[in-house]
Write a protein that binds this ligand. Structure first.
Ligand code: ATP
Length: 370
């Protein structure tokens, strides 16, 4: 195994479209790093550049401390798994797994040993004599992963390898991948557009948007301390509520007003210690998980009153869409707590804001200021 470093990578396609612009990241030896972002963000392009399937317009790729930017794909010794498992239909599973080893002129005895070990880990020992069309989608995907694993690759590149599987199988594969990652201790760069996949499987996530990196962080840190408005709204389900907010002042105290609620703010609020001035405009972020429903007659200063716009039950959770002066705010509750509240459209309902869980973003650039 080896580490991977990407420095200032850029890619402009023919016709001038810049798909990547100054992307720098590193994957430590045996680390699983996920490239996460919306469609068209540049995730696959990054992976293809690392694999050597595209030439970089600028920047450098280092594997195990060696500059491989101009190397051919084969010289880079990487293993790649795609969403569509490209197994050879006419070969048995055993021969599919043996194929990359035969290319490397490994002896038959070594091939047998190597395949036996990988087949055991992936629990495909009983499938080795079958052909791909005699396997389920999940089994085929395991073989495709196995074919990458049998090789002693320096780095594994995975491009949405489980995205086409059904939800149940995807959930199983997520757990399986975690186990594989632990057993094989592989260096992995994994492309996904599914935040659940990245949040549950990654050591670190590289959040990418429009060819640039928004943030690199461990999954929980990305959720707790998003660096930008984009990161804050991309991670989290249901997404963070965002609304305009103006700082106001009364009796020497500064407040943020949300509906009829006032939240006192002080200089400790800002990351850089800068004061919030009356009249300053920000974007305010509230995660649905951090809002708690409360009776309409409670006297809490951070209570916001609204009316029910819609109610959605998602298994053990209930999401209330609450209309606050024309803006819909989503609040999430457990199913038990939700029983105490009305569900009729238009009925009055209130929720409480915990000042410790209020995010503020610079209204112009979308940088997190708190
Ligand atoms: P998805 O999740 O949809 O696969 P992605 O983040 O992997 O998206 P890329 O496939 O890396 O996105 O594409 C990034 C951008 O580069 C897109 O706007 C895409 O249209 C463009 N692009 C990709 N390949 C080419 C190409 N060969 N020529 C021109 N533009 C391209």
């Amino acid at each position: 195994m080896a580490d991977l470093q990407i420095e200032n990578l850029a890619k402009a396609f023919k016709g001038g479209f810049t798909a990547l612009n100054g992307v720098s990241l590193d994957v430590a030896d045996r680390e699983a790093v996920f490239l996460l972002g919306p469609s068209g963000a540049g995730k696959t392009t990054t992976l293809r550049l690392v694999a050597g399937l595209e030439d970089a317009t600028a920047g450098r790729i280092m594997i195990g401390g060696r500059d491989v930017t101009r190397w051919t794909p084969r010289e880079r010794n990487l293993a790649m798994v795609y969403d569509k498992h490209s197994l050879f239909p006419h070969l048995t599973i055993y021969e599919n797994l043996a194929y990359p080893l035969r290319i490397r002129k490994m002896s038959d005895a070594d091939i047998r040993r190597q395949i036996a070990s990988v087949a055991e880990t992936l629990q495909i020992e009983k499938l080795l004599e079958r052909r791909p069309n005699q396997l389920s989608g999940g089994q085929q995907q395991r073989v495709a992963i196995g074919r990458a694993l049998v090789r002693d690759a320096d780095v594994f590149l995975l491009d949405e390898p489980i995205s086409h599987l059904d939800a149940q199988l995807r959930a199983r594969m997520r757990v399986e991948f975690k186990r594989l990652q632990r057993d094989f201790r592989a260096t992995m760069l994994y492309v996904s557009h599914d935040q659940l996949e990245a949040m549950t499987m990654a050591d670190r996530i590289v959040l990418i948007n429009k060819g640039r990196i928004e943030q690199i962080a461990a999954p929980q840190e990305l959720f707790d301390r998003p660096a930008t408005l984009f990161a804050a709204t991309f991670i989290g389900e249901p997404p963070m509520n965002v609304m305009q907010a103006v700082i106001s002042e009364s009796n020497g105290c500064r407040f943020l007003r949300i509906g009829e609620a006032y939240i006192e703010v002080d200089k400790d609020w800002m990351q850089d210690g800068e004061a919030l001035r009356p009249g300053d405009k920000y974007l305010l972020g509230l995660r649905p998980q951090h809002l708690s429903l409360c009776p309409a007659d409670s006297t809490h200063a951070c209570r916001v009153n609204g009316t029910i716009f819609a109610v959605e039950t998602l298994g053990s959770r209930v999401v209330f869409d609450i209309d606050v002066e024309g803006t819909v705010i989503r609040a999430m509750s457990t199913i038990d707590a939700a029983l105490k509240y009305p569900r009729t459209i238009g009925a009055p309902i209130s929720f409480r804001i915990d000042p410790d869980f209020v995010y503020l973003f610079d209204a112009d650039r979308g940088r997190t200021v708190r």
